[in-house]
Design a protein around this ligand. Structure first.
Ligand code: CP3
Length: 344
């Protein structure tokens, strides 16, 4: 049966008169209602593992703006935690994890089969959302790509250049590849469980794909995305997969064909015209408005939004930002972006 929800139609390759729209990090600190629910939960991780409150914050941007898709409220770092890493968040700084740098660290991680013990509340959030979302809204599940998740597990925190992960991959390739294989297997099971619970689309976030060059990109960004997509497609052929190899540059070309993903999410370092010519030829694309417009607003926001819609109007397109909205964004600018897209 052909899909009726706009996001699913675009993912199936249909060119719609108005692109459907959602926004990375649409549930987040720029919204006062998010901050209130997060305060109620206590802290960020307690919010992620509380199905009622996680569902509530997922629904907030749908109620306020009527986005065409909701993205499950969770985090890419819950999987490492489920695999046995310690995880905590330092206010104002970001995530911290126990590190994996030597074989003994790796040996402390648990088996993939055990992840669901930790992640069960996330699947419950998905089930609540499928009951409560409006009929026209698509539910997107997600996970981090193995490389991006590994960069946090190896360094124990976010790093500007992913240097600790690059060092491990060069100095102890066997350990690095064992870690990537464990994360890949865990990601397949985690996304499959989200689909079983009701996720209608899944997205793989490779936020740090851009720091892999040449053969390393093929081996550690493209190949894991292909493996995860193939495993999911074998079990769930009708569930679309979105790939996001952020800052991949020329490696965006051919990424959908090589991995089997149904849609490629674009950051804002590539132009929409270039993406139309080189990426959209293979199917649906998503993106690529600079998230800084959500802070600065004004005519530039309207102009860039219109330019992206126009440049990508001849093929399947889902409107989105090039990266997550930031806490200093103005909620009124989000409304302006949506109005501009929907005015055509
Ligand atoms: O998009 C959504 O609304 C769904 C939920 C979602 C979150 N994180 C919630 C979150 C998604 C899809 C993510 C993905 C994620 N998490 C990525 C990949 C996408 C990207 O942004 O590149 C990465 C690298 C992470 C890891 C992570 N989580 C970091 C580095 C941080 C700290 C930075 C920050 O913004 O504070 C987080 C925390 C986080 N994840 C927040 C949210 C709403 C902020 C936490 C808070 O409320 O204090």
């Amino acid at each position: 049966m052909a899909p009726t929800k706009t996001i699913l139609r675009a993912l199936a390759g249909e060119t719609l008169p108005t692109p459907p729209i959602w926004m990375m990090r649409q549930a987040g600190r720029y919204l006062p209602e998010y901050k209130a629910t997060r305060a109620q939960a206590g802290d960020f991780l307690s919010l992620c593992y509380n199905p009622d409150l996680a569902a509530e914050v997922t629904l907030q941007p749908i109620r306020r703006y009527g986005f065409d898709a909701a993205i499950l409220f969770a985090d890419i770092l819950l999987l490492p935690q489920a695999l046995g890493a310690d995880l905590w968040f330092v206010t104002g700084e970001g995530p911290r994890l126990s590190t994996v740098q030597i074989q003994a660290d790796f040996d402390k991680l648990g088996p993939v089969e055990d992840i669901h013990e930790t992640l069960n509340p996330i699947y419950e959030t998905v089930r609540i959302l499928r009951r409560e979302l409006p009929a026209e809204t698509t539910l997107i599940g997600f996970a981090g790509a193995p490389w991006t998740v590994a960069t946090y597990m190896i360094a124990g925190q976010g790093t500007p250049d992913q240097a600790p992960a690059h060092a491990l991959r060069q100095e102890n390739t066997a350990l690095f590849e064992a870690l990537l294989a464990r994360i890949t297997a865990g990601t397949i099971d985690y996304l499959a469980a989200q689909i079983e619970a009701g996720a209608e689309v899944v997205k793989i976030f490779d936020s740090w794909a851009g720091s892999l060059k040449g053969e390393a990109f093929q081996k550690y960004a493209l190949e894991p995305a292909r493996e995860i997509t193939a495993a999911l497609k074998a079990r769930y052929p009708h569930i679309p997969v979105i790939g996001f190899p952020r800052e991949a540059g020329d490696n965006y070309i051919g990424f959908a064909k090589a991995t089997g993903v149904d849609c490629v999410a674009l950051d804002n370092s590539v132009s929409a015209a270039w993406a139309a010519q080189h990426v959209q030829v293979d199917g649906c694309v998503q993106g690529n408005l600079a998230s800084s417009h959500m802070v600065t607003g004004g005519q530039a926001l309207v102009d860039d939004t219109r330019a992206i819609v126009k440049a990508l109007s001849k093929g399947p397109h889902i409107f989105n930002l090039g990266h997550g909205i930031t806490p200093d964004a103005d909620p009124d600018n989000v409304q302006r972006m949506i109005d501009t897209v929907r005015a055509g």
